[in-house]
Design a protein around this ligand. Structure first.
Ligand code: NHR
Ligand code: GAR
Length: 203
């Protein structure tokens, strides 16, 4: 059984999709904890209702990123994670934190990376006039939104689309690919070769 620790900052709908898929598909894994950097994250209530251990490490109570990341690492490591999943987690992580979880931390970013790293991706996509938008699950590296990509999902950009309409339509796709990617990881089917992800056949 692999231990998965999920980090959130808010709603937690991607976390919810992963929790449900893990239960429904009987993965060789358990959700060991859901941890938020914000005390009022709605996702914490869902996790508690599912009997999943939760913790809050409130980022605003720390003076520096280094101190926050040290406290977060201590809490995360208390759950002996094989995999750390960022799901709508909104704090940039220090290189030391990222290095500690190298090869075992995933993120979902709401763009077709390498397009539109950083924040406000739907706004960036509309401003660029792209006809296709999407989301990328990637391994987390120190360089923001630049780690090796595992899976992507695409949506068309339609006339009249807004940041909200894109975000809403994309979220349905995120809820499909993020559980798929996490499942590949817990089934030991992901490896990184020459900086790219290789997906192996099921055993
Ligand atoms: N940390 C590292 N080192 N590398 C990555 O690839 C990371 C990461 C931390 C989070 C998620 C990412 C996203 O998918 C992620 C990937 C937050 C920001 C940000 O600017 C940017 C990208 C992501 C998450 N955060 C502000 C900060 O100063 C705070 C913004 C806020 O609180 O609303 O940390 O998009
Ligand atoms: C998702 O769309 C996710 O891709 C995005 O925020 C939303 C979180 O929703 N992540 C980022 O923008 C990371 N900076 P959720 O809390 O319901 O999963």
């Amino acid at each position: 059984m692999k231990n998965i620790v999920i980090l959130i900052s808010g709603r937690g709908s991607n976390m919810e999709a992963i929790v449900r898929a893990c239960e429904a598909q009987a993965w060789p894994a358990r959700i060991a904890a859901v941890i938020s950097n914000k005390a009022d994250a709605a996702g914490i209530e869902f996790a508690q209702a599912h009997g999943i251990p939760t913790a809050v490490v409130a980022s605003k109570t720390f003076a520096t990123r280094e101190e926050f990341d040290a406290a977060l690492r201590e809490t995360v490591d208390g759950f002996a994670p094989d995999l750390v999943v960022l799901a709508g987690f909104m704090r940039i992580l220090t290189p030391a934190f990222v290095e500690h979880y190298a090869g075992r931390m995933l993120n979902i970013h709401p763009s077709l990376l390498p397009l539109f790293p950083g924040l406000h991706t739907h706004r960036q996509a509309l401003a660029a006039g792209v006809l296709e938008h999407g989301a990328t699950v990637h391994f987390v590296t120190a360089e923001l939104d630049h780690g090796p990509a595992v899976l992507q999902a695409r949506i068309d950009v339609r006339p009249g689309d807004t940041e909200d309409s894109l975000a809403t339509r994309l979220l349905d796709q995120e809820h499909l690919i993020y559980p798929q990617a996490v499942r590949l990881f817990v089934e030991d089917r992901l490896s990184i070769e020459d900086g790219n992800v290789r997906i192996s056949e099921p055993n």
